[in-house]
Design a protein around this ligand. Structure first.
Ligand SMILES: Nc1ncnc2c1ncn2[C@@H]1O[C@H](COP(=O)(O)OP(=O)(O)OP(=O)(O)O)[C@@H](O)[C@H]1O
Ligand SMILES: [Mg+2]
Length: 322
């Protein structure tokens, strides 16, 4: 595999009715696939990268559904451990006009038992890029160590490391989150924060200052994702503004993860950083036009067609039916 992602998948229950909090008035859900690093892996695979996933899931139906999905997507599952009796984590997402709200059921999930010994040293040594996120490191102390171990092995093997802070204050205390995430940023080659978490982590407010604060921690490339405002990219002393691709946003879930995975795939394909970022911004924008994290992630051909100025086909949704 060229890319290995490490983290937790979560089955997604997406409220079909806008404005309805889960179960209070809204009892219809579209089932989909989430979990930031799993979304990353699917996005990288749909952009053409040979990608594998390192995680722990249960031997329940939810875990089985993930295995089928990864296999359909061509995401390698050699390093997915199925725990007997384990229950794969889930989350509910519901939206109002202005924001999405999330309810997670992931405590004691198999992925929270990720530990350094789950990181496959041989596969990391063969990979060209290893991806870890702040969520990977937030779910438990052993998963935190697994994230650091994966990055350490990647660095020793000369693989690139990409790191998305994905700060989720509900998962861990602010001081620990900041300390761990900024250490991850220092260890990585490609840091991928969004503006909100970038501000919280650096204390800066202005996007250029937030970007610079990450650059000072050492990564060769920093992408500051700014939702509908696009992104700022710092690389080799140059800052490039990446304009947003205009879309009608339906559900922003997974836009950041799609950006990360698409960006990594194009970089490994030899695209210069600004070109990979423009590709990733289109992939991420298209992801917001459909419900769910994984279903609307575009394939390479779709993104290339948009970049070439052609029509914008959107893949039909394919939720799990049971
Ligand atoms: N409404 C939008 N219109 C156009 N582009 C968008 C929109 N929302 C997101 N994007 C693109 O997706 C990228 C990532 O989105 P965002 O900044 O929301 O990431 P994030 O906060 O990390 O997301 P996540 O919720 O997955 O963690 C942006 O930099 C932008 O290029
Ligand atoms: Mg994010």
């Amino acid at each position: 595999m060229d890319i290995l992602a490490v983290g937790e998948p979560l089955l997604e229950f997406n409220a079909r009715i806008d404005g309805a909090r889960p179960v209070q008035g809204g009892d219809a859900f579209t089932v989909g696939y989430g979990g930031d690093t799993s979304n990353f892996a699917v996005a990288a695979a749909r952009s053409g990268a040979r990608t594998g996933y390192v995680t722990r899931i249960g031997d329940d139906d939810f875990g089985a559904a993930f295995l089928r999905m990864w296999e359909r997507e061509g995401v390698g599952t050699d390093h997915v451990v199925r725990e007997a009796g384990g229950r794969t984590g889930i989350y509910f997402v519901s939206r109002t006009e202005s924001e999405a709200s999330f309810v997670y059921h992931r405590a004691h999930s198999p992925a929270s038992r990720l530990a350094p010994q789950d990181i496959p040293a041989d596969a990391v040594a063969r990979a060209r890029l290893v991806h870890v996120s702040g969520i990977t490191q937030a779910i438990s102390p052993s998963a935190c160590d697994a994230g650091f171990h994966a990055m350490e092995l990647a660095r020793r093997a000369g693989a690139l490391i990409s790191y998305d802070p994905n700060l989720r204050p509900a998962l861990w205390p602010a001081e620990r989150a900041r300390a761990v995430i900024m250490r991850g940023v220092e260890m990585c080659d490609i840091a991928l924060p969004n503006l909100t978490e970038g501000r919280a982590l650096t204390g800066a407010d202005d996007p250029r200052e937030v970007l610079d604060a990450f650059v000072r921690r050492g990564p060769a490339t920093v992408v500051l994702k700014m939702g509908a405002q696009g992104a700022l990219v710092a690389h080799e002393g140059t800052v490039t503004r990446i304009d947003p691709h205009p879309v009608r946003q339906v559900d922003p879930t997974g836009a950041g993860d799609t950006f990360d995975g698409a960006f990594a795939a194009r970089l490994l394909d030899g695209a210069p950083v600004p070109e990979a970022a423009r590709y990733a911004a289109v992939a991420a924008a298209l992801t917001t036009t459909g419900l769910g994290a994984v279903t609307p992630i575009p394939h390479r051909g779709t993104v290339d067609a948009v970049l070439a100025g052609g029509p914008r086909p959107v893949r039909p949704s394919r939720p799990i039916r049971r």
